[in-house]
Design a protein around this ligand. Structure first.
Ligand code: BDR
Ligand code: CA
Length: 314
């Protein structure tokens, strides 16, 4: 008996690694990608939405509804990550103009209607700041029981990137992250402790180049731009491909080791706003609210990611 694919919504801020998450979500047989929603993060909302539309046009994903979400975090201003993703938030290659029509619904409206109408509970995969997801949970308490899980790329057990102890997605909107982590829903988190093991090495570049399709010929320069940015900013010539790992936690959880632990979001902190305080050893004696990834079969991920790129062969 074959299992039905898990309905998922991908909430993202494309973003070099976000577009790879879109591909993995769209081409994982375990998943049914119901919608893509965008959130301000790596770039302003209009730019990240355009990137989603144009990338999906390139990748032949015109049948997936795309809706635009929050223009700024719950409190304060947006900050584009131009150092990492460039002015367009997806620099490195010119993508074709979009032939996809943006949904008339907002991100939260589209998420809510999909979750309300789905016969099976829906999983939300979040690869940007958690603003839209927090608004959904706040505005639609009646839908909580229809949400199977929330799979998040953010934070980390040890370190940050945008700040010494804060990772970009959580740092961008800590109030939203706090709402999500306090929701009582099933939360799976992959942070920098895992994604910094998922490096685009020269061998991975070779495998991408060897696909030699219209898609891979654009993905390679995108990833080269990302590699150059990581080298310049973080002295990491092999950049980490963060966001597809949040997809993989849903499609192939058996490839991970998880710790069920308390996670708190630092909202104040003179130097640590946006830090994920992950209590791996139970020293705070607080309730366990998240499954935090602490191990991953990295080669198995790359086989699946490369297969997703190769799924479009012409
Ligand atoms: C996260 O921040 C963004 O730059 C990436 O797209 C990823 O979601 C990594 O800290
Ligand atoms: Ca992202």
């Amino acid at each position: 008996m074959s299992m039905l694919p898990i309905p998922v919504i991908l909430d993202c801020d494309p973003g070099h690694d976000d577009v790879m998450a879109i591909l993995l979500a769209a081409y994982s047989k375990e998943l049914d990608l119901k919608a893509i929603t965008t959130v301000s993060g790596n770039g302003p909302i209009d730019k990240v939405t355009q990137n989603a539309l144009r990338f999906c046009t390139l990748a032949g994903l015109g049948n997936i509804p795309i809706a635009q979400g929050a223009t700024h975090p719950l409190i304060g201003q947006s900050h584009a990550a131009t150092e990492i993703h460039g002015e367009s938030a997806l620099d490195g290659v010119d993508l074709p103009a979009s032939t996809i029509v943006l949904s008339q619904l907002s991100a939260v409206q589209l998420m809510a209607s999909i979750i309300a109408d789905s016969p099976a509970p829906v999983t939300i995969i979040a690869t940007g700041p958690l603003t839209n997801v927090a608004q959904l949970l706040t505005n639609h308490p009646e839908l909580h029981s229809r949400i199977r899980s929330i799979s998040i790329m953010g934070g980390g057990t040890e370190r940050g990137n945008w700040r010494p102890l804060a990772e970009f997605n959580i740092w961008f909107d800590p109030e939203a992250a706090d709402i999500v982590f306090s929701s009582g829903l099933d939360i799976h988190l992959c942070g920098l402790n895992i994604t910094h093991q998922v490096l685009i090495t020269p061998e991975i570049f070779l495998r991408l180049e060897n696909i030699d399709s219209h898609l891979s010929r654009r993905i390679v320069p995108l990833m080269k731009f990302f590699a150059h940015a990581y080298d310049t900013t973080f002295n990491m010539p092999e950049p980490p491909l963060h966001d597809p790992i949040a997809v993989l936690m849903v499609s192939r959880p058996e490839l991970f080791t998880f710790a069920h632990v308390p996670v708190a979001i630092e909202k104040d902190g003179t130097h640590t706003r946006g830090a994920t305080v992950i209590d791996l050893h139970g020293v705070t004696n607080t309730p366990k609210n998240a499954y935090v990834a602490i191990g991953l079969d990295v080669p198995a991920f790359w086989d699946l990611m490369i297969d997703a790129v190769a799924a479009i062969s012409e």
